[in-house]
Design a protein around this ligand. Structure first.
Ligand SMILES: C[S@@+](CC[C@H](N)C(=O)[O-])C[C@H]1O[C@@H](n2cnc3c(N)ncnc32)[C@H](O)[C@@H]1O
Length: 270
């Protein structure tokens, strides 16, 4: 026995920080190791709002899924879905529409193992082990084909994942490949790390990821983030800082001047 907790899949490198597990740590989860916690603490030291940014991102994801379910979307392709935590996409979607189907996609073995465990017995949700950098493989995967009917509108969720794809890997082409497969009426939901507002902190965070984490972090400008929505029509209020996208109540609108680290938007394919 290795002394590892029972949820650790065999063969994973717990000495190297991993983007899924650093995020889990920042959210207060328990599926992370010392290396992930060290990086999480470095990020929190750089940006005191880091934990709040993680929680704001989760809350945005929930609001966006609810809006899509209310608009009649019954199938969701969630790529870079992460380690399941409170307010998972299938919980939010199936609360609004019990027949909603969700295909989760991730590359992290802990995210996949944990998703598999909690989705056991759920006929309408599954997790697929695949890489966003190979969108054609995701689209052709048996699991995707089983969950998503591409002749009907779907919700494509790329939430806090595109910033782990370098420019050289052309994330815009990746999104366009996925977009071209979606039926008209489908939606794209994006949260993306930005250097808008606090470039020094954003670039220091990139350096922390470059040095010790499983994937580099690529903070982008508003103009670069807007390009992900090419071929879609943004819904109100457009691309905004994370907590400003359709807040549930005026009390959820943060005081001005805080750094939110990411821009979010939801758009529909005409
Ligand atoms: C910050 S978490 C976001 C999780 C969830 N989408 C959310 O917003 O709460 C980023 C996730 O993207 C996954 N990821 C990173 N690069 C990926 C890739 N190339 N393909 C698929 N998943 C990836 C990580 O493993 C991690 O689970």
């Amino acid at each position: 026995m290795t002394g590892q907790p029972s949820w650790v899949p065999p063969g994973i490198d717990t000495q190297r920080a991993n983007v899924a597990r650093v995020y889990d740590y920042l959210l207060g989860g328990s599926h992370n190791f010392l290396a992930d916690q060290d990086v999480g603490r470095m990020i929190a030291a750089l940006e005191p709002n880091a934990r709040a940014i993680g929680r704001a991102n989760r809350a945005f994801l929930g609001r966006a899924v609810r809006v899509l379910a209310d608009a009649g979307i019954r199938q969701f392709l969630d790529i870079g879905s992460g380690i399941p935590t409170e307010g998972s996409v299938h919980e939010v979607a199936q609360q609004a529409a019990p027949d909603a189907r969700v295909a989760y996609v991730d590359v992290d073995p802990v995210a996949i193992a944990h998703s598999r465990a909690i989705l056991e017995g759920n006929q309408n949700a599954m997790v697929i082990d695949a890489d966003l950098r190979e969108p054609e493989k995701i689209l052709a995967h048996d699991g995707t084909q089983h969950m998503i009917d591409f002749s009907q509108p779907a919700g494509l969720l790329l939430v806090a994942v595109l910033h782990f794809i370098a420019d050289a890997e052309d994330p815009w082409r990746i999104v366009a490949t996925l977009r071209d497969r979606l039926a008209p009426g489908s939606y794209l939901v994006v949260c993306h790390g930005t250097d808008e507002g606090k470039p020094t902190v954003a670039h220091a965070a990139e350096k922390v990821y470059d040095r010790g984490v499983s994937a580099g972090l690529h903070m982008r400008s508003r103009a670069e983030i807007l390009r992900f929505f090419d071929g879609f029509e943004l819904v109100d209020p457009g691309v905004v800082p994370i907590p400003l996208w359709r807040p549930d109540s005026p009390a959820d609108v943060p005081e001005p001047g805080k750094f939110w680290g990411g821009l979010v938007g939801v758009a529909q394919k005409p």
